[in-house]
Design a binder for this molecule. Structure first.
Ligand code: HGY
Ligand code: MN
Ligand code: MN
Length: 416
């Protein structure tokens, strides 16, 4: 039942061509022509191995293989196919290709399963275009409202709803993407580690036991735009000067929270944004992650305190908006046991891991049993053009998934 490393490589290479920034890493935002090209390739590969192909109301691509037991809950397998800006070829697609290769292997080996399996390619996991991460999985668990589709906009001011309509989707039907817990037996995702542990410890695969909590906040500091030459320093209300006073405290705030808490200011926009104008407004985002929810709350409180102090001394005003909040997740123990059994059967080495990266798996864990496997990232790099995974390493992860998903799809142990 060997999967095919040449096909795996071909999938990744073809998908990487649907890219808005060739030569500067991979940029594939949702509901764009790059999305369209990648989606059509995925759909054609799904059809070629006998799957019933459709898109849910959020735009996630689904290829369904019926099982012998009619009406049985389905196993869902896959990951996302959107990317960050100037990212790499493997973050997301590694898990989508895992699904394609397993679907082909089941088809070629004429395997029938007790339970249906849905192979998926999710959209807007990164939130790269609209700032609304984990969108495809949140829609699948019913957590995306019609209002949010108007609230979240891209850099051109186009809302998700407008982009969906332009793409041929009806935003008013978004709730139809929601699945009921009883419809799903388990969710399996394969992902690149995006860190250095597997490579450093020379392990074939990572079996994820926990995923950290994630919180995204957006801070807008408002000052007053003035002439950079004639406005005395004592009269200025410089939004950027105040924002940087707060930003410079954030790494110490994260360290102080402990438990491996991390915080990142990834976006800083200044307006009006001219050399000779005192900044009137500074907008920045903070990505905060921790094993413990209370550590995230501590970081947010400390950022608010720093903003309050700066506002008092510098006459600025500010707003804080929460854009994403996901609790820490423990993965399914029985699936971890099955992974361990198959790691031994396949003669692989494994590392039990905590995921510092967020994944659709953490959202799906809200309604079903979830298994998540990592494969090594070269030099631990990701979210950059240097992101790389050896195809033979990716194939090992796919082999492990193949055996485990078949156990689940024919398994009577996890019945009901
Ligand atoms: O941000 C993350 O952790 C993931 O790559 N979306
Ligand atoms: Mn990512
Ligand atoms: Mn990802």
């Amino acid at each position: 039942m060997k999967t095919n490393v040449e096909r795996i490589q071909k999938d990744i290479e073809i998908l990487s061509q649907f890219n808005a920034t060739p030569g500067r890493g991979l940029t594939r935002f949702s509901f764009t022509e790059e999305d369209r090209g990648a989606r059509e390739y995925i759909k054609s590969e799904m059809k070629a191995c006998g799957l019933q192909v459709y898109e849910d109301a959020a735009g996630t691509v689904i290829g369904r293989l019926e099982g012998e037991v009619k009406g049985a809950p389905t196993i869902i397998v896959g990951s996302h196919f959107d990317s960050v800006k100037n990212g790499g070829n493997f973050d997301g697609p590694a898990g989508v290709v895992m699904g394609l290769e397993i679907a082909r292997s089941i088809y070629e080996n004429k395997i029938t399963t007790k339970y249906p399996i849905e192979f998926i390619a999710m959209i807007e996991e990164e939130g790269g275009r609209f700032g609304s991460g984990l969108f495809g999985s949140r829609a699948m668990v019913g957590k995306v409202s019609r209002e949010q589709l108007d609230q979240f906009k891209d850099n051109e001011g186009i809302s998700i709803a407008e982009a969906m309509e332009a793409f041929g989707l009806d935003p008013n039907k978004i709730q139809e993407a929601a699945r009921r817990p009883e419809e799903i037996k388990a969710f399996f995702e394969l992902h690149i580690e995006q860190g250095p542990i597997l490579e450093h410890n020379k392990k074939d695969v990572g079996i994820v036991e926990y995923i950290v909590a994630i919180n995204h906040i957006e801070v807008v500091v408002k000052g007053r735009p003035d002439h950079a030459g004639t406005t005395p320093m004592s009269m200025r209300i410089d939004a950027l000067d105040s924002a940087t006073k707060v930003i410079s405290k954030i790494s110490a705030i994260a360290k102080e929270a402990g438990e491996g808490t991390v915080a990142t200011v990834g976006v800083l926009d200044v307006s009006p944004g001219a050399t000779n104008i005192v900044p009137g407004e500074a907008r920045f985002t903070v990505d905060i992650r921790s094993k413990k929810q209370e550590c995230i709350e501590k970081v947010v409180k400390s950022i608010e305190k720093a903003l309050k102090e700066t506002a008092k001394d510098n006459k600025i005003t500010y707003t804080i908006t929460e854009k994403l909040s996901v609790s820490p997740i423990k993965l399914d123990e029985k699936i971890i046991e099955t992974f361990d059994k198959n790691v031994k059967k396949l003669g692989f080495s494994k590392e039990s891991m905590l995921s510092g990266a967020g994944h659709d798996a953490m959202i799906m864990a809200g309604i079903t049993r979830v298994g998540l496997v990592f494969v090594p990232s070269k030099d631990g790099r990701s979210h950059c053009p240097e992101e790389w995974t050896e195809y033979k390493d990716l194939q090992k992860g796919i082999e492990l998934m193949y055996h485990t998903i078949l156990d689940e799809a024919v398994d009577v142990e996890n019945e009901g």
